[in-house]
Ligand binder design. Structure first.
Ligand SMILES: C[S@@+](CC[C@H](N)C(=O)[O-])C[C@H]1O[C@@H](n2cnc3c(N)ncnc32)[C@H](O)[C@@H]1O
Length: 276
């Protein structure tokens, strides 16, 4: 016999004692995935019987949350900048800090037809957000993970991002010299020993971890960008809140000038940019 919604709300309470966030997540899930109305969720939960399909979805939610699965993966959706992006375990879930990088580019005064490259595009969140805000530009997104590129392609199509092009590449190894006006990246920058990694077990490791205290990929990108950027081209890289001194040094060693830093919502230095 089918159970009502109240039964599952009680089950959530009993299964996640002391977890304040879970009720909010469950409510959001019920509205987003089961399309339930507020009146069903809050008032008529005792009368609202669930179909076998709905029960399966709720049991799957409970099972995944017991394994600390992020809600965005359960919903296959996340909000970034001005749009909803499809996400699954093939890509990193876009973070709000990364929006400052997009905002910087969207407020930049471009020359006509500037070429922009987003390397390590993952879900495509950076490149697509820039492409949608700047339809006159050609924006390219690259990743060495074919799985990530499949997700970026879903978002490109869903969001009708016609001026966003995908490329499979190991950082900047396959691009023409002096080709791009701007290169942006949110590369992996977490050090292998970082204690926060134990909270990120469901996201792809290759999207998170970099050797050399988290700086190996930033070093590669900065060095390679010196060949691929046009004269006066700009490199914009996100990094950890405690890496800005090292990243500035890497930019200086590679002869970037006008180096500056963007801070996140908590006033942490999170993005370094420089002119080549
Ligand atoms: C931190 S995630 C960023 C994803 C997305 N840009 C975002 O901001 O949410 C880093 C991305 O870099 C990609 N990546 C890692 N190593 C790479 C390499 N050698 N060449 C190109 N992409 C790489 C990963 O597959 C992953 O998608």
């Amino acid at each position: 016999m089918s159970k009502n919604l109240r039964y599952y709300k009680n089950l959530i309470d009993e299964s996640f004692i002391g977890n304040i966030l879970i009720k909010k997540e469950f409510t959001f899930f019920l509205k987003e995935k089961l399309y339930l109305k507020d009146s069903d969720v809050y008032i008529n939960d005792k009368e609202r019987n669930l179909s076998p399909g709905e029960e399966d979805l709720i049991l799957d939610f409970i099972n995944k949350k017991q394994n600390d699965f992020p809600l965005d993966y359960i919903l296959n959706s996340t909000k970034f900048y001005e749009n909803e992006f499809y996400v699954d375990q093939r890509v990193l879930i876009p973070r709000p800090e990364t929006e400052i990088l997009v905002d910087y580019i969207n407020n930049y005064e471009f020359i006509d037809k500037a070429r922009i490259l987003d390397i390590g595009t993952g879900s495509g969140c950076i490149g697509i957000s820039i492409a949608l805000s700047n339809p006159q530009l050609n924006v390219y997104g690259s990743d060495y993970s074919l799985n990530a590129l499949k997700v970026a392609d879903i978002n490109r199509e869903e969001l009708n991002s016609d001026n966003f092009y995908l490329i499979n590449a190991d950082w900047l190894s396959c691009f023409r010299e002096n080709f791009f006006d701007i290169i942006v990246s949110n590369p992996p920058y977490i050090c292998e020993e970082d204690k926060h990694l134990k909270n990120l077990i469901h996201e792809p490791r290759e999207a998170l971890i970099s050797s050399d205290s988290g700086l190996c990929d930033i070093k590669k990108i900065t060095r390679q960008a010196t060949n691929i950027l046009k004269k006066n081209g700009i490199l914009v890289v996100e990094h950890g809140f405690n890496q800005s001194i090292e990243v500035r040094k890497i930019f200086e060693e590679n002869n970037f000038s006008d180096i500056s830093i963007l801070k996140d919502f908590q006033n942490h230095p999170r993005v370094t940019l420089g002119v080549f």
